[in-house]
Design a protein around this ligand. Sequence first.
Ligand code: GUN
Length: 291
Amino acid sequence: MVQLLDGKATALQIKEEIANEVRQLTAKGMRPPHLAAVIVGNDGASQTYVANKEKSSHEVGFTSSVYRFSENTTEEELLRSIEFLNNDPDIDGFIVQLPLPKHINEQHVINAISPDKDVDGFTPINIGRMVLGEDSYVPATPMGICTLLKRYNVETAGKHCVVLGRSNIVGTPIANLLSRKGFDCTVTICHSKTKNLAEITRQADILIAAIGKPEFVTADMAKEGAVLVDVGIHRIPDETKKSGYRIIGDVKHNEVDTKCSWVTPVPGGVGPLTIVSLMENTLKAYNRHQK
Ligand code: GUN
């Protein structure tokens, strides 16, 4: 029988834990943690993500600010604003929502973020620390996946974990985290040049779909009893919905789920945990800054 890795319920629980901690801080007269977000342009999905981060910040009692820049902002202007955020003592952490417009070099922008305020864990320093197993800010999506696996006591030691996708944000860090002590998986990373993909994914005890293609994973690609983590978030036009769209993932859930032991639903799986992980990183940044 398939069981749900319920991201929505888990996120609610963790948010309550964070809110409690913030209430204790402010009761002592301390200021609440402050998360800032930088967004460039009008990409619909990015606007939604940033709005959700702002909403969650308020729910846990954080101060939240959003810095909005037009689509034709220059790289220099953006770098200046990052310098400002790096030096503002009232801001504990900030994120620059990706993707950025084509004329801006994303790596230049990420490299300009102070590792101390990099609550997305995207800077080379934090990624390096993570790979070395040192204390760092871990990127929110892989951190959220780890939290779900831990909170549901999913067995990982010695399991074969196949990661579909090698992005800097998800595939590469989750492969590293699950191979390390504590999770102890044997990890295979698959990507666009992988040969005999289904043959490999069928060997997965834990299959992480982070490939960015709607309903890419079909029933023939999954092993009976697999743990299935779907990182995909795609908007598909749907006139029956008030919003005009519905959200689907990287997995064809109607045919794959029944084969699995555990699955993350879409929506309500990895997504809510991603946001909550960002809140956890912000609280960590705050606690570091109070010391
Ligand atoms: N774009 C997609 N996912 C993310 C994320 O976790 N952080 C940022 N900053 N941008 C994203």
